[in-house]
Design a protein around this ligand. Structure first.
Ligand code: ATP
Ligand code: MG
Length: 138
């Protein structure tokens, strides 16, 4: 069934000039880009987005990193989009990521790991609504 997921090309990948290469991987894998926008987010906005991680030791550093430079916010669509994007991304720590995955190719560390993807239907709905208005998703 056609499904939507939310993704971010993170500031590390944008800084390194990998945006186009990552978008090419995403399109090659069959995703339709429903919406995409460049943004520079505040640390407070990052904290609201990653609120589920608020108690984790890496939370402050993660939110500082996510607000350290421009990123690309995206809504992607395909059959089984949520799980398929997670597969295409690879493991959180690029050292453990499968060959050919986006994180294996473009991530530098467990924190600066190039891309975000929603991990379930509920989180996809929350994350799309956090960054996009309905009128941006037609
Ligand atoms: P994302 O939610 O960004 O798609 P993920 O679901 O693979 O990544 P999570 O466990 O949700 O991983 O962690 C969210 C983000 O927090 C990671 O992508 C990474 O940038 C950062 N992170 C996770 N674990 C660590 C860690 N041990 N040290 C530093 N940063 C971390
Ligand atoms: Mg996650």
């Amino acid at each position: 069934m056609t499904q939507r997921t939310f993704s971010i090309i993170k500031p590390d990948a944008v800084r390194k000039g990998y945006t186009g290469a990552i978008l090419a991987e995403i399109e090659k894998a069959g995703f339709k880009i429903v919406s995409i926008k460049k943004a520079s987010i505040s640390k407070e906005q990052a904290k609201g987005f990653y609120y589920v991680h608020a108690q984790r030791p890496f939370f402050e550093d993660l939110c500082t990193f996510m607000s350290s430079g421009p990123l690309f916010l995206m809504v992607l669509e395909k059959d089984n989009a949520i799980a398929d994007l997670r597969t295409l991304m690879g493991a959180t720590n690029p050292a453990n990521a499968e060959e050919g995955t986006i994180r294996k190719q473009f991530a530098g560390s467990i924190q600066e790991n190039a891309i975000h993807g929603s991990d379930g239907e509920d989180t996809a709905a929350f994350e799309i609504g956090y960054w996009f208005a309905g009128c941006e998703l037609i």
